[in-house]
Structures are given as structure tokens and as C-alpha cells.
Write a protein that binds this ligand. Sequence first.
Ligand code: TRP
Length: 397
Amino acid sequence: METKNQEEEEQLVTPWEVSAEKGGKIDYDKLIDKFGCQRLDQSLVDRVARLTGRPPHVFLRRGVFFAHRDFSDILDAYERGQKFYLYTGRGPSSEALHLGHLVPFMFTKYLQDAFKVPLVIQLTDDEKCMWKNLTVEESQRLARENAKDIIACGFDISRTFIFSDFDYVGGSFYKNMVKIAKCVTYNKVVGIFGFSGEDHIGKVSFPPVQAAPSFPSSFPHIFSSKDDLRCLIPCAIDQDPYFRMTRDVAPRIGYHKPALIESSFFPALQGETGKMSASDPNSAIYVTDSGKDIKNKINKYAFSGGQDSVENHRKYGANLEVDIPIKYLGFFLEDDAELEHIRKEYGTGRMLTGEVKKRLIEVLTELVERHRRARAAVTEEMVDAFMAVRPLPNMFN
Ligand code: TRP
């Protein structure tokens, strides 16, 4: 038996909890080893660029998406002319999304455009109802509100189906859930997810709900007679346990294993060592933050790797490894040359923290404003249209 103390000191990554080893940051290499996924190397990034005929997304170039499972198989098949579909999702636990929530959706939008493939987006209102102790009605309301933010990321309605579990689960989807559930023992879910005897059985029975969209037969209105279609799942690496389970089950029920492309986490303003606290609004930038909020949060809370006096800063330069403004620019400043320039000037102390923060405030304000405008243009009718159970006739064109 591990003692409580040991548990706290080790890095912990589950779909519900992410914490680094005491005093350190998340060790992604260790995570790849522990989960048994593959590193996404430069040759794969180059291959994506070649196959899609467009420059790789910033998140690929900068290693934000850094791990995968069988992504190369997806590309092999694509090269032979076999398409695939994308599957991602969101647990609607809060009204407003923060920047970290946008990362998988921005990336999925790029993949959809670059490969010209259909996409299903699962809103796990049931999951959040069970884990966050929300009422059924409140989780459903949040799912619909979150759908607007997701639509605002620019998905193509002719290739995208968004569904909420409470509304959609049933029929063929439910049949797949039952097939999956029959292949997973109680001991197995305990091993993968760490459930205890105190957890209610809703939690224990949930994983097949998140697994089912990995199989095209769960969506007969879109993929009828396409049972052989492969699935690629872009997600943050904390979702890996769900899909480890799914991949384990897939061949036993006659389906392809879904492939995955997995991202690191978006760090809190307080730094990668700090604990991301959902209840602390000052630990993240939200898409609902005003320009003033953004400026204030960055200036006040963004952990700086700069030195404590200008004199020392000029002398020693900034520690880019721990600097949050540099981390954030790495996600959202698209211009590679400018980023490189800032890293160099800041790292050698010629540029000060205040100047780097100023640039970051510009970049984020523009991003958030663009998102806000796009979201304001999303009508209730559009949400209904994206969520309508319907065929997607031109999904591969
Ligand atoms: N469980 C995820 C969350 O809490 C939501 C989700 C469902 C998801 N299906 C997914 C995320 C597929 C990524 C890929 O946010």
C-alpha cells in the first residue's frame, strides 16, 4: 500500500485530476512511458505537411501535440486514399471556456480543414452531472452554451455533428456501449481509472459512453455502411485512459482501434508548478474576459522568469523554462520568426518582462475578441443545426 504522502508527491494524471510531482512540472516523457503512447516526432509533422499541402499547425510545429497512438497508420491509410473521421469532445462543467479549453478545438478545426474529413463532437453532460454534482438540467444547459463556443471555433457544418449524451445516447450508440461494457471487468476499470468502492456506480459505468463514438457504427445517420472507417481522436493526454480502454476492447468486438493525437496541458498563469484551480478565476484567461481583465491578469499573475532587478535581468537574462508569457506566446503567437526573436532578446536580458507581457496581452486580446465576435454570431438555430441527427452528404469533399 502506498502511503498518502507518497501519492501526493508523485505526478498524477487522470481525466479528473492533474498534478505534477511535488515542486516540479509535469514530466511528459515519463507520461509517454507510463501510458505507453508514442512520441510525435518531426518526421510525422513533415508528413502531415506533405499530405495536406499546407504548413503544419502551430500546435504541431511547437510540440503542443506531442504524443500519439497509431497516427502514422491513419496517415498511411490516407495516403492510400482511405479517409477517416475525427472525434473529440468536451465535458460541459462551466459556463465560460478558458484558453486551455480552446486548444483541442482549434487544432481539430485545422485537422478538419486540412484533411477534409467529418467530425463528431461529444458533449458529456452526463459525465459532468455525475462528477461535478450538477443537476441534469444544468449540465444540459451548459452543454448547449459550450456548443456555441465550440461552433465559434469555425467548424464546417456540412462535416460536423455535435451531440449531447443526454439527447443522443440510444439506438446503435447504446448497442456499442453495451458491447464495450461486456468486455471490461470491474477490476479493469479500477486499474485504469482508480475508482474506489466509495464511488457511485454511475462513474464506473461511464467509460463506455466516451468510448462508443470511436466506432463509426455509433452514428448510423452519418456512417451507415462505413463500418470500416478509421477514427482519429485529438485530445489532451489526460483523456488517454478512456481510449486505452477503448483500444483494448476494439478488436474483440470487430472494430478498428481508434488512433489518437494528444496534447500537453495549457499551464496556469501562476506557472507549470502551480496547481490549475478551476475555482480560481485568476489562474486562467477566459474567453469572456475583457481586454482590461486580460491586461490585469497577465501583468499581475503571469509567472515571470525574469530577474528581480533590471540590473540582474540585463546581466543574466530571463529563465525561459519557467516563464509563462513565453509559454503562452508559444501557443498563440503564430509568427515563428517573431517568437524566436523574443525568446532570444528576452533570454539574453535585452528585452524586459514588461515588454514580453505587453506583446502577449495584444495577442490574447485579439484572440479573445475574435472569439467573442464569432460566438455572438452563433444563433440558437445554428446550434440546433449542428446538433441535428442528419446525414452529412458531402463530408469527404
Ligand atoms: N471527458 C472529456 C472532458 O471531460 C470530454 C470528452 C468526451 C472528450 N469525449 C472526448 C475529450 C473525446 C476529448 C476527446 O472534457
